[in-house]
Design a protein around this ligand. Structure first.
Ligand SMILES: Cc1cc2nc3c(=O)[nH]c(=O)nc-3n(C[C@H](O)[C@H](O)[C@H](O)COP(=O)(O)OP(=O)(O)OC[C@H]3O[C@@H](n4cnc5c(N)ncnc54)[C@H](O)[C@@H]3O)c2cc1C
Length: 294
């Protein structure tokens, strides 16, 4: 039914979760977050690219982002999807583009988080991460998904790199052979993965809005210095809970997507995981009736 929803309505709802079409929109949102003590990670919304030129254009878009972050002294790094950098065209091209982005980030002391996409991308995404680290780039991190059965094995095999990891549940619905299907099993794997990452000395971005997981994670990071981990949330989701983390002196980073492909991005996200549509619907209704709800 989604494509039947009028675009202006989708835009209105999306505007809560997406900064807007331009880099200026992203800066305005990040600046507001920084004022409230929250860090950010900016994502240039792109679609999967099937030409080398389009992938290079994404690399240039990230250049503009690094410039503006530096110029406006924003507290933000970037997140990047390898499929936007030519992942499906060739491994070498994608690695080359990723290396350019990471190198440009380093020039202004910035950091690049490689988002994790569906399970067809996991192996090569981790391979690109390892290649970048082995080429001497330390300002890069990766994402692991607690939904996947392989995640604890991946942590062990990345251990020698002391990887900087964003840990999340994983948005893509995957088959039972490779992924936990049960809600609590995913949570338990998240806790086990966080425990293992911390034991490996990794810096972890704990990316969840799930109250149970937040509580478990808070217990696991107790005793660590505030610079040794961070929490992460999506723009527009559980903002008051995020405020509370900041008040309690935890670092919190907000994922800020922007770009002219906002419509395709919104549709794709909803199709990948229809549960998100339910979250958005109930959140929109809650806001109508209880504008101060968390
Ligand atoms: C900073 C960040 C980066 C991410 N990067 C990736 C990535 O690279 N790869 C990947 O596969 N996944 C990524 N994700 C998505 C993640 O994997 C989950 O799909 C998502 O966070 C929902 O899981 P949850 O832990 O919040 O728990 P859930 O149980 O799914 O959600 C808990 C509550 O949070 C609210 N909520 C959660 N998500 C949304 C939403 N989208 N809109 C509105 N309300 C919502 C709902 O109220 C829900 O009840 C990222 C998430 C975050 C926070």
């Amino acid at each position: 039914m989604l494509p039947g929803v009028p675009k202006p309505i989708v835009r209105k709802i999306s505007s809560r979760y997406i900064a807007g079409p331009t880099v200026e929109d992203a800066c305005r949102v990040v600046s507001g977050l920084n004022e409230r003590g929250k860090m950010a990670t900016i994502d240039v919304l792109g679609e999967e690219h099937d030409s080398e030129e389009e992938a290079r254009a994404v690399v240039r878009a990230y250049d503009d982002v690094f410039d503006i972050i530096e110029e406006r002294e924003l507290d933000s790094n970037v997140s990047v999807k390898l499929t936007a950098l030519g992942f499906k065209l060739s491994y070498e091209l994608c690695l080359e583009n990723a290396e350019i982005v990471v190198r440009h980030a380093a020039e202004s002391g910035n950091f690049v988080r490689i988002d994790m996409e569906d399970s067809s991308c996991t192996m090569d995404t981790l391979r690109i991460y390892r290649d970048l680290r082995e080429r001497g780039h330390d300002n890069v991190g990766v994402v692991l998904q607690a939904r996947l059965r392989r995640t604890l094995r991946d942590i062990r095999s990345l251990k020698d790199l002391r990887p900087n990891v964003r840990l999340c549940k994983g948005i893509y619905l995957e088959p039972p052979l490779i992924a936990f299907q049960d809600f609590q099993e995913v949570r338990d794997n998240f806790v086990a993965a966080l425990d293992l990452l911390l034991a490996c000395g990794s810096y972890v971005g704990i990316a969840t809005h799930d109250e149970w997981l937040l509580e478990q994670s808070l217990a696991l990071v107790e005793g660590l210095g505030r610079e040794e981990y961070e929490f992460q949330m999506l723009l527009g989701v559980r903002e008051l809970r995020g405020d509370r983390l900041v008040r309690d002196d935890h670092r919190l980073r907000i994922y800020v997507p922007f770009g002219k492909h906002w419509y395709a991005y919104s549709m794709r996200r909803l199709q990948e995981n229809p549960k998100i549509a339910g979250y958005i619907a109930s959140d929109t209704i809650n806001r109508l009736f209880a504008p101060n709800g968390s």
